[in-house]
Design a protein around this ligand. Structure first.
Ligand SMILES: [Zn+2]
Ligand SMILES: [Zn+2]
Length: 241
């Protein structure tokens, strides 16, 4: 991702200042370990296990050599590429849990930073940033979408268009936790719809907090393709392996 208009940069800096200002008023606890002082501490950062090559060029799954994995050859995914910053355990797992259930909204800004750095190295060309949506009832229950808390600062930092309603969930799905790969795919198949007016002909970046099998992102990507999106790149903060 390279698109960055200089006049849009202050919007991201302002966004960061707001959260930093709030930290002064109300000293935060680390999302990873609960220690007082920073939203994300140095000790937790040191425990991060990033996901590095070699991995499948499409789904990003670790494998012995670069290239496309057997699963993606047999059933090519709807997205152009899927990548994740780090492995889903330890402090990162705690932080995502807090982002999701603890209403720890300020964590989104700090956890988006490594995703921003990751994107700078991808060479992906992106027009629009889109969070993976939740169903309306779940959204109403929680009050916010944790994927949006990551997607918005990413869009701001690159001066990209942020479209939270480009994707929409068309039906309820049960939690993917504990389901097999086949069950996960069936659970989310056809559960998303994309707005053609927004995504047609565009290069899309879809953002989520965690991926396990990639089934949700694949379903999102298929909906975007159907609506005419040109390229679909997916980035998640973490990947459960
Ligand atoms: Zn910590
Ligand atoms: Zn693959």
């Amino acid at each position: 991702v390279v698109k960055l208009k200089i006049w849009q940069r202050p919007a991201y800096l302002f966004y960061q200042w707001v959260w930093t200002g709030l930290d002064w008023l109300l000293p935060p606890r680390c999302g990873g370990c609960g220690k007082l002082g920073n939203r994300w501490c140095f000790d937790c950062q040191r425990e991060i296990v990033t996901i590095d090559p070699p991995f499948c060029e499409r789904c990003g799954d670790s494998q012995k050599a670069n290239g496309i994995c057997a699963r993606c050859v047999a059933a090519p995914p709807g997205y152009t590429a899927l990548r994740s910053w780090a492995s889903f355990n330890g402090p990162l797992r705690n932080a995502i849990h807090r982002l999701k259930y603890g209403r720890d909204v300020a964590l989104g800004e700090v956890l988006a930073r490594p995703m921003i750095n990751y994107l700078k190295q991808t060479g992906w060309k992106v027009d629009i940033v889109v969070p993976v949506p939740m169903s309306l009832s779940r959204r109403a229950e929680r009050g916010y979408n944790q994927a949006a808390l990551l997607a918005r600062p990413i869009a701001l930092s690159f001066g990209l268009e942020y479209r939270s309603r480009a994707l929409r969930k068309t039906r309820e799905t049960r939690s993917q936790v504990g389901l097999s790969l086949g069950e996960r795919q069936a659970n989310v198949r056809g559960a998303f719809e994309a707005d053609r007016r927004v995504v047609s002909g565009k290069q899309i970046l879809v953002v989520d907090d965690v991926t396990t099998s990639g089934a949700t992102l694949n379903a999102c990507a298929r909906a975007l393709r159907v609506a005419g999106a040109r390229e679909i790149y997916c980035l998640t903060l973490a990947r459960a392996i």
